[in-house]
Write a protein that binds this ligand. Structure first.
Ligand code: COA
Length: 261
């Protein structure tokens, strides 16, 4: 077991071929800052290049996966451009060559949900609440979700989640096919770890090849769509509606969109 993260809010541990990345900022519901994305990116790089690492498991704290991007960062230092740490992470999620596993309890908002569409195995607790409130925030989908989600669950069901920002629980996530199993909260992480151990025991090259083949049919399309989506998202972040929505969240009030066309 070893620590490879210098960011206190991202705990990285290595155990029997699995790199575990835990988002640990409970006082802010694990909202992700630029520094936290950078630390996660370093963990992904390490996991990709280190031959002894055969899978990456991402999780949060006991009662929360992540509230998504930090709103203060969104307002003060919007992540625009390909070199923003969050954009770098999204690129890594889409191309990570080893099995990616998630264990999710409590809120998984914004990128907390969209990153799951890039995972190979997703385990959710009974408290899981997945939500992509992009339109309510004056934003648009990100992380390839406007391509991947309709592909995974069909256009109309994806529209309820992406246009209405509906919150879904673990059971519904399983019914829709975006999670593998729903567990008692206390068992989510241990179950994900057990599944990671099973995958690590498989022949690594065969597992990597299987992942590559499963993603090959849509890899190029996903790459080009993520570019288009990322540009649109960057523009929405600095739009008046987007800024009003984020400001309203920080000021704990309802946003007022009436002044915008
Ligand atoms: N960025 C910055 N701070 C955040 C945050 C975020 N994304 N999400 C939560 N926080 C902060 C809250 O402002 C609050 O701060 P305070 O203690 O100073 O009041 C603290 O974390 C606890 O959040 P709170 O809203 O009180 O917890 P909750 O259990 O009632 O609700 C969420 C949890 C995740 C449902 C809710 O916080 C939320 O909707 N967050 C915003 C999610 C979001 O829209 N993310 C961006 C998607 S693109």
């Amino acid at each position: 077991m070893s620590h490879i993260s210098e960011c206190q809010e991202i705990q990285v541990t290595e155990n029997l071929g699995v790199l575990e990345v835990a988002i640990q900022r409970p006082d802010r519901k694990n909202a992700l800052t630029h520094a936290m994305y950078t630390a996660i990116n370093q963990a992904f790089d390490y996991a990709e290049r280190e031959p002894t690492i055969r899978a990456l498991l991402i999780t949060g704290t006991e009662g929360c996966f992540t509230a998504g991007n930090d709103m203060v960062d969104f307002l003060q230092n919007p992540p625009i451009g390909d070199d923003a740490p969050v954009m770098i992470l999204l690129g890594k999620l889409a191309t990570f060559p080893k099995p990616l596993i998630a264990a999710v309890n409590g809120p998984a908002v914004g990128v907390g949900t969209t990153l799951l569409f890039h995972c190979d195995l997703v385990y959710v607790g009974e408290s899981a609440k997945l939500q992509m409130p992009f339109t309510s925030l004056g934003l648009c989908p990100e992380a390839g979700s406007s391509y991947l989600l309709p592909l995974m669950i069909g256009h109309q069901r994806a529209a309820e989640l992406l246009m209405l920002g509906e919150v879904i629980d673990g059971q519904r996530a399983c019914q829709l096919g975006i999670a593998n199993a729903v567990l008692a909260d206390a068992e989510t992480l241990s179950h994900a770890r057990a599944q990671a151990a099973r995958i690590v025991a498989q022949p690594a090259a065969a597992v990597r090849l299987t992942k590559e083949l499963m993603r090959a049919p849509f890899k190029d399309m996903l790459h080009s769509h993520m570019k288009v989506e990322g540009d649109a998202f960057g523009k929405r972040l600095v739009s008046p509606e987007g800024r009003e929505a984020m400001q309203a969240f920080m000021e704990k009030r309802k946003p007022n969109f009436s002044q915008f066309d």
